[in-house]
Design a protein around this ligand. Sequence first.
Ligand SMILES: [Zn+2]
Length: 187
Amino acid sequence: MTAPPPGLAPKSPPSWARWTYYGYLVPPAGAAAQYVWTRGPLVVISSLIHAEFRGELRWHWLVSVSGNLTGASRRAAVLASPKDVSNKEKRRATDDELATVRKHFGMDNAEEDNHQPGCGRMLFRLCDARPDDPALCECKETEEVVTEPDGFTWSKERGADADQMRAAENARQLLGRMTDLGAGEDP
Ligand SMILES: [Zn+2]
């Protein structure tokens, strides 16, 4: 994999924002590093990824946020969907929580771009943004945007089965990404 330019690293929050560094994940293909941060019910995975943007591989900061269910909200979710195990553990971040994450992780003008129906809300920002870059990932023009009942939107290839993708995402969340903790390097 292409190494990132020297000095480029995943986004981290300032100490005054009081996030707790949780650990690192084994970076998936295309990612240079992935760090996990928590604050209250929020979990952030902050990554540096080499991904295609309109036909060109470029470095991006990717900040993915989800919320842990706690107390009453967790019990309510279990009652609402007893068969959907992933819903017992995680939820999507609210708009207010996403705004906080944007501020703390320096992702103010980042595009929210979800390519899967999971709990994560994904913020992308080009590390080498140029004045002539379009603001949005091309999926917003070329793919089909699905809106879930809670207002969350995600894009999928035209013709792909949304239900199948939801089932796959649930299975993936069940496996638990935290099992990958333990390899890689601390920031
Ligand atoms: Zn996209």
